[in-house]
Design a protein around this ligand. Structure first.
Ligand code: PLP
Length: 435
């Protein structure tokens, strides 16, 4: 029951468990445990010295007050040049809005385009904030279930049956959190053609490209914006958090289909944050303009790739674990159905009362066992979209951790996988912590 002082909509607001799990981790740390944080979606690298310097100098020069709520001109120009160059479509600064991180653009898009009852198609597993906003705004969430069989990508043929005359927004995320799946140029071309054919011109595509810099095996980033007809309907969101290791800076941007729509994002900025700090934006512009950035990004991505190349075979050697090789982002997303069965998590879940079942899953119970008994923090499948997640058993493991931590964490996972008695005891003695 919702407390009477709260607005009804608050019961529908979701969360991002990567942050929420912090309380459980803290509890473990207070008990003296050492926790390997495979839950984190933040690069374990510092922001680049040449960018830090720009921000510090701007601060010292006094550029620390309010600024244009749409973003300072040099930032919007740098983003427009970056998008023009990398997506191959002319993009003007009047369609760019600076935002505090890439996340706000998700909520801004729902506020701007989606009415209660409108259908919103989004990838699942996917970034949990899509489903959260869909529920919060009274939209109808339509998850597009991704499969490990095709590397967690999807094709136009899978999207088409989900598009109806009530569809208002289609969300894409490539490279993907949590799966590391990547949509190819061919897939994106066919998806674009399907949207153009099936959807009214007022339907918007939200393309979350926050991981655009983190691609492996020499792949180039591909964007739906590059396809004919798409710049007129796409909200492209990006930012500095992942590719430039600047998660705490809270710096991102959106490119809107028109200057008028960008004006609405600016207006939401005015209503909520007023503006993004100008000294941060100056460094954000330099991230795209300064030639030193490319080397920094390349070095970080090379390390992620080496870690991926180590961890995937190591996970596949654990009985009951099956892991794909992700093509981008910094996560691996192993299937742990076999492990849930062999540890007894599936059985323990089935024995739970109905209301407890609704709060967890076999992978969720495994996640808590790994954390509380083995000091490994992971994220379960349901943390990445709850609707339709029943019967899917995955964990997300972030490789934004040192190789030492990755080795330690995987060794603990392997030990936990062999500890059926420990799981039974955990489920019996600490029922609260299993959910
Ligand atoms: N979109 C996706 C797919 C993400 O994984 C994240 C962060 O984890 C965000 C958006 C939010 O990025 P930011 O930290 O820049 O707000």
């Amino acid at each position: 029951m919702q407390p009477p002082q709260l607005a009804g909509r608050m019961a529908r607001l979701g969360t991002e468990n990567a942050f929420k799990l912090g309380d459980d981790i803290q509890r473990c740390v207070e008990r003296g445990m050492d926790v390997v944080r495979f839950n984190l979606g933040a690069p374990d690298f510092r922001s680049a010295p040449h960018l830090n310097e720009v921000a510090v100098q701007a601060l010292e020069a006094g550029r620390s007050g309010y600024c244009d709520p749409a973003g300072i001109p040099s930032f919007r120009e740098a983003v427009a040049r970056h998008v023009t160059r990398t997506r191959g479509v002319e993009t003007t600064p009047d369609r760019v809005v600076a935002t505090p991180g890439a996340k706000p653009s998700i909520g801004y898009t729902f506020m701007t385009y989606v009415n209660p009852g409108d259908e919103v198609v989004y990838p699942s597993p996917g970034f949990p904030i899509y489903e959260s906003w869909a529920r919060f705004t009274g939209a109808v969430p339509v998850p597009l279930q991704l499969s490990e069989d095709n590397g967690f990508g999807f094709t136009a043929a899978e999207l088409a049956p989900l598009l109806t005359d009530r569809t208002k927004l289609v969300i894409l995320c490539s490279p993907s959190n949590p799966t590391g799946g990547v949509l190819s140029r061919l897939d994106l071309g066919e998806i674009a053609a399907t949207v153009l054919e099936r959807c009214r011109p007022d339907v918007r595509v939200y393309s979350d490209e926050i991981y655009e810099h983190v691609l492996f095996d020499g792949l180039d980033h591909e964007s739906i914006l590059s396809h004919a007809g798409m710049p007129e309907r796409t909200v492209l969101a990006g930012g500095h958090s992942k590719g430039f290791a600047m998660t705490g800076w809270r710096l991102g941007w959106a490119v809107l289909p028109t200057a008028e729509e960008a004006g609405l994002f600016k207006q939401i900025n005015i209503n909520i944050v007023s503006c993004v700090p100008p000294f941060l934006q100056e460094a954000g512009a330099a991230a795209y303009d300064d030639p030193r950035s490319a080397k920094v990004v390349e070095g970080m991505v090379r390390e992620f790739e080496e870690r991926r190349n180590w961890i995937v075979p190591a996970l596949n050697r654990i009985a009951g674990v099956r892991c794909n090789l992700p093509k981008g982002a910094f996560y691996v997303f192993p299937n742990v159905a076999g492990l849930c069965r062999s540890l007894g998590a599936t059985e323990a879940y089935e024995a739970l009362p109905e209301d407890a079942k609704r709060r967890t899953s076999p992978a969720g119970m495994l996640q808590m066992f790994l954390l509380y008994r083995y000091g490994v923090a992971t994220m379960d499948r349901a943390s990445f979209g709850e609707i339709g997640a029943e019967g899917q058993h995955f964990l997300r493991i972030s490789i934004a951790n040192s190789m030492d931590d990755i080795r330690r964490g995987v060794a603990r996972l392997a030990a936990a996988a062999a500890d059926r008695a420990g799981f039974a005891e955990f489920a019996r003695d600490q029922p609260k912590e299993t959910r």
